[in-house]
Design a protein around this ligand. Structure first.
Ligand SMILES: Nc1nc2c(ncn2[C@@H]2O[C@H](COP(=O)(O)OP(=O)(O)OP(=O)(O)O)[C@@H](O)[C@H]2O)c(=O)[nH]1
Length: 334
């Protein structure tokens, strides 16, 4: 069962080429389509500090939610691609984990995953939050971005929250970080300049055929979408150290009742018994809320009724175990 069939519309030869080239994308062969002359296609990485608004901008560009978002820093734990097909171009956005000073193995792996993208894309959109002072964190990101040969676009986010004088100040500060090829201010929640942002990055893409079939929105598997939507609901409903200690694995997705119902089992992993108690809640109330919230989103994504069974387990110190981090699908090479 797949919600987004990544292979839809591909010939057998294209499928072989796609599989051989490590899931397609940067470094892979483009599809041989019959795009009109002048068709543009390429990769745009969204990078920046945690919470800068990368995943929210990705969802706004695509017009549907494929990446989870939350007020908790370091929500994104995987490099995720979102494909936007417009007249005359295909933009493959690459959402990356926020770049930050790592506190544990998970943080280190997240940085590595984000940095790996920088050399392999056509455009880097460096996002800076209009409401937070441009600081050492942004300078650190800029130093890494500078080394890439990609075109560099400064994107000032959350315009709806900032005063006009603060926006001008912020732009001046951001321009000092590096010589950007272009700049734009956006509000992803209001939709302000989201189309303009797509036009701008598209203008820097090289001419060439599509990289992904037209009907495809994301390269995430159904299992990963389930795990991420469940994790988002945990982030929304819990506080303090709990969100960072949570990992989610989707164990199974079964089609039932002639395909009308999906029975999904997922495990929420935490590091300590106390965190398990918080996730389960009094009389199981918290995990029930998380399940209800996630089920609503998943029914929309999969377009059918979902039965979601959640289990909570303790896996001490998983964030310090690189193998466990990768098994859960977080960070580079996954
Ligand atoms: N008001 C407003 N809030 C925004 C906007 N863009 C993002 N946010 C909020 O900012 C918070 C962080 O957004 P994300 O998109 O998750 O940020 P991110 O850069 O992907 O974060 P990491 O996963 O930590 O790297 C969320 O609470 C969003 O709702 C915007 O344009 N306006």
């Amino acid at each position: 069962m797949t919600a987004f069939d990544p292979f839809e519309g591909m010939t057998d030869d294209e499928l072989d080429a796609f599989i051989e080239s490590e899931e397609g994308g940067a470094g892979a062969a483009p599809l041989k389509g019959n795009e009109p002359e002048g068709f543009r296609s390429g990769f745009v990485a969204l990078v920046g500090r945690p919470n800068a608004g990368k995943s929210t901008l990705l969802n706004a560009c695509l017009g549907e939610k494929v990446a989870i978002t939350s007020p908790v820093a370091q929500t994104t734990r995987r490099r995720m691609r979102g494909v936007l097909n417009r007249e005359g171009c295909q933009i493959v956005f690459v959402d990356t984990p926020g770049l930050h000073k790592p506190q544990d193995s998970l943080g280190g792996e997240l940085n590595r995953s984000a940095l790996m993208e920088l050399d392999d894309v056509d455009v880097i959109a460096m996002l800076i939050d209009a409401t937070k002072p441009v600081g050492r964190g942004d300078a650190w990101v800029a130093e890494r971005v500078k080394k890439s040969r990609a075109k560099k676009v400064l994107v000032l986010t959350k315009l709806d929250l900032a005063r006009p004088d603060a926006v001008s100040r912020q732009l001046e500060e951001a321009r000092r970080l590096m010589d950007f090829d272009d700049e734009i201010v956006v509000s992803s929640t209001d939709g302000f300049n989201v189309d303009g942002f797509c036009d701008l990055v598209a203008s820097y893409l090289p001419e060439g055929p599509r990289w992904f079939p037209e009907g495809m929105t994301t390269d995430e598997s159904d299992e990963m979408l389930v795990a991420e939507f469940v994790r988002e609901k945990v982030l929304m409903r819990t506080e303090q150290e709990v969100p960072h200690a949570v990992g989610v694995v989707c164990d199974s997705i079964e089609s039932k009742k002639g395909g009308r119902v999906l029975a999904i089992h997922a495990t929420i992993l935490v590091e300590r018994d106390g965190q398990k108690g918080i996730i389960i809640g009094r009389g199981g109330s918290m995990v029930k809320h998380i399940g209800t919230d996630a089920r609503r989103d998943l029914e929309r994504v999969f377009g059918r009724q979902v039965f979601l069974d959640l289990e909570v387990k303790v896996s001490p110190g998983w964030r310090s175990d690189v193998r466990e981090i990768h098994r859960m699908g977080y960070a580079a090479d996954d």
